[in-house]
Design a protein around this ligand. Structure first.
Ligand code: ADP
Length: 396
């Protein structure tokens, strides 16, 4: 079967066409600047070089049309016609409490996703536009919605409730939801397979460390806690996001710098994290280069980032009453051996012992702890698209 995986943002659309026979990516691409001038599709067919197709995309239906035309194109395409696409899997950011697993899309599902819009006002409406655009062009093709929040719906109330009036939860559904669920689910499952241990009997801490970063505690195959909250702003210090701070800081800073709450929130989302701390940038490659040249602010930002990760690992080892495996994933987790080593250097009390030779390996599934290490430490490249394709296949 050929599954088209769509991740639709407000001005972008990422896709992969995956052959479920062998999990191969036949083609993938990104439509950028939808609704703006200079829109283009960056497209890669398996085994070929990237090509860039400049094309007007005033709205998402045009983007989906361009994707389909390119996939079926005689020269660059990988399928003969639209009919070769057996199903479409859509990444949906917020499923609220309504969705604890992936579902086949119908009108009721679309309505329920719409009802979650105020929990993710930037993402969910864009995700829905992607569904509508695909439905318009492929009315007879089955679609599946896969939610970032679904995997974390197994968290117990003691983990997802905030210490605020219970009314806010009952009336407005203010609670921890958690994100990156597809990644946490995929990586924890792979971890069990790599270690040849039963997934439903393993305590794993997954560190998804990218520009956006989150940690989860996965016990016996279920997410029991995670660092992101009502929104993806909570938790770790990230590229540009503050992560958890004292909520009183918002009013304090608003008064000091004469900014509205909305403006302060913008600072917390876009100008904080390691970017805000270092004043250099949000990309750790730039920070590491600056640190190597003796830049103190870069070192502080990296130290703060690692320290927060260590804090969460300690907390999650505590709530699970132990930990069998720690898995690093996403841009930093997969590719930055310095960060992994720094984090693990705090964890000797858990019996963590890293093999520094193995830790040099990047971007491939590897156990980087020594044979004697009490807790296994792994690098597990995430693959959210493949996970979405697999969920889609299962549902159709
Ligand atoms: P996003 O949350 O935007 O998907 P990524 O998972 O791509 O973020 O992670 C971005 C971070 O990962 C950056 O700070 C960057 O330094 C790091 N990173 C990504 N790819 C590499 C690589 N090949 N080598 C080293 N660092 C990388």
């Amino acid at each position: 079967m050929k599954i088209l995986v769509i991740n639709c943002g407000s001005s972008s659309l990422k896709f992969q066409l995956i052959d479920s026979e062998d999990d191969r990516v036949l083609a993938k691409g990104l439509c950028e600047r939808i609704g703006m001038e200079g829109s283009r599709l960056v497209y890669t067919k398996a085994g070929c070089d990237k090509i860039v197709i400049e094309s007007e995309m005033p709205e998402h239906t045009k983007a989906v049309r361009l994707v389909i035309n390119t996939l079926t194109d005689e020269e660059n395409g990988v399928i003969k016609s639209l009919n070769d696409i057996d199903a479409v899997g859509h990444r949906i950011v917020h499923g609220g409490e309504k969705f604890s697993k992936s579902v086949l899309v119908d009108e009721d599902v679309i309505k329920a996703i719409e009802e979650c819009n105020d929990l993710a006002p930037l993402h969910n409406p864009a995700n829905l536009i992607g569904i509508r655009a695909c439905q318009e062009l492929m009315p007879d093709t089955k679609m599946v919605a896969v939610f970032d929040t679904a995997f974390h719906q197994t968290m117990p109330s003691k983990a997802f409730l905030y210490g605020i009036p219970y009314d806010y939860y009952e009336k407005y559904k203010v609670r921890r939801y958690g994100f990156h669920g597809t990644s946490h689910s995929y990586v924890s499952d792979r971890t069990a397979k790599i270690l040849e241990k039963p997934y439903d009997k393993l305590k794993t801490i997954v560190c998804h460390l990218g520009n956006g970063a989150s940690i989860s505690a996965v016990k016996d195959g279920n997410s029991v806690d995670t660092s992101m909250g009502l929104t993806p702003l909570e938790g770790l210090i990230m590229g540009t996001r503050s992560g958890s701070i004292d909520p009183a800081i918002i009013e304090f800073i608003s008064n000091k710098v004469n900014k509205s709450i909305k403006e302060v929130m913008d600072v917390l989302n876009k100008k904080s994290g390691v970017l805000g701390l270092s004043g250099i940038g949000s990309d750790f490659r730039d920070l590491m280069a600056a640190m190597d040249q003796g830049n103190e602010q870069a070192r502080i930002a990296i130290d703060c980032f690692c320290y927060q990760v260590v804090r969460y690992i300690g907390a999650y080892a505590a709530v699970m009453n132990g930990v069998d495996a720690i898995a690093f994933t996403a841009g930093l987790g997969e590719n930055n051996s310095y960060i992994r080593e720094q984090i693990c250097s705090y964890l000797t009390y858990l019996g963590v012992e890293i093999d520094s030779e193995k830790n040099k390996i990047n971007g491939t599934e590897t156990v980087i702890s020594t044979d004697a290490s009490k807790v296994k430490v792994l690098v597990v490249p995430t693959n959210e698209e493949l996970k979405i394709a697999k969920e889609t296949l299962q549902l159709i």
